[in-house]
Design a protein around this ligand. Structure first.
Ligand code: NDP
Length: 287
């Protein structure tokens, strides 16, 4: 929270259920304080059955916008009057902007966060060069598939325990996206340029998905969306196989950047190391 909050303060927030674990208030308020912006960013946990009433109430112009997290991203998109191509393709919004005319614009910054994280931690990666394998078929997987498609991936293969959920994403996103079960993984990994864990496996320290990463070509980038712990078991296996890795925390940090710009009208200040702030919060120390 900025130290300067006046009657003209710019207010934004994040909503989800539960919301108590969200790191977004920590990040945005660190940026606000560093930039000396007259503003605030607050957590909100609307009741599950009253999300639409909660969002529509802000058409009155009370706040600049909202980030949206689990389980409301799909319903957030449905509340909007207009949406970006990426939000429509992803079928979900994590950013709602409340415009002065009372309308709502929906966007999805998870995709840019994912691509940005790969750009930072695996700068030699060329999205157009080889197929992508996404493990998992939840909202995160669909958002990743949409962003990678728009960025020029030649093929996106969704692999999931429940194949029907992977198939539903493939059906929504078109011919370049295919669905498969876990038994197809060895063949699908053999020519992959990027493998992403978009399952919840590994969250909290358990084992990641059982994909044999030694089957991937040398240079195949391995990313884990899970960021707690930072060095997941999946990323440790990728490292042991000599593959470049990208962690989920970088994605989390970079998805917040376009939201901050939308809410407060300027880029986040560079003088605060939000990765260090986040790592301290996660109890990971500086890595
Ligand atoms: P969902 O709950 O929508 O999807 C979970 C996925 O994990 C499903 O595909 C599910 O398979 C699979 N899964 C769960 N348990 C198992 C298991 N035992 N064996 C095999 N597959 C399993 O979650 P989201 O898509 O919203 O999020 C996925 C992960 O991505 C989470 O860990 C989340 O924290 C992370 N995330 C990180 C972000 C970041 O910025 N770094 C942003 C968004 C998400 P099935 O369909 O068969 O049940």
């Amino acid at each position: 929270m900025s130290s300067k909050i006046t009657g003209q303060a710019l207010v934004a927030g994040v909503c989800g259920q539960p919301i108590v674990h969200s790191m977004s208030p920590l990040l945005h308020n660190a940026w606000l304080a560093e930039a000396g912006i007259d503003g605030a960013y607050v957590p909100m946990g609307p009741a599950l059955d009253r999300f639409e009433a909660f969002v529509n109430g802000f058409r009155g112009g009370v706040i600049r916008g909202l980030n949206v997290t689990i389980p409301f991203k799909e319903r957030a998109l449905a509340c909007a009057d207009e949406a970006s191509d990426l939000a429509r393709l992803a079928g979900a919004a994590n950013l709602l902007r409340f415009r002065e005319d009372g309308t709502i614009f929906a966007d999805n910054t998870d995709g840019p966060g994912l691509l940005g994280a790969i750009g930072v931690q695996a700068p030699d990666f060329d999205v157009t060069a080889a197929p992508v394998v996404i493990l998992g078929a939840g909202g995160a997987a669909r958002g990743a598939a949409a962003a990678l498609l728009l960025a020029g991936a030649p093929a996106v293969r969704i692999v999931n325990r429940t194949v029907s959920k992977a198939q539903a994403i493939a059906d929504a996103l078109g011919d370049k996206v295919t669905a498969a079960g876990e038994d197809a993984l060895p063949a699908l990994l053999a020519d992959a340029g990027l493998v992403i864990n978009a399952t919840s496996l590994g969250l909290g320290g358990g084992e990641g998905p059982p994909a044999d990463l030694t089957l991937t070509p040398q240079g195949c980038v391995v990313m884990d969306m899970v960021y707690k712990p930072l060095r997941t078991e999946f990323l440790q296996r990728a490292q042991a196989a000599g593959r470049p890795t990208v962690d989920g925390l970088e994605m989390l940090l970079l998805q917040a950047v376009p939201s901050f710009e939308a809410f407060y009208g300027q880029a986040p200040p560079t003088g605060v190391d939000v990765r260090a702030v986040a790592l301290a919060h996660l109890g990971e120390g500086l890595k």
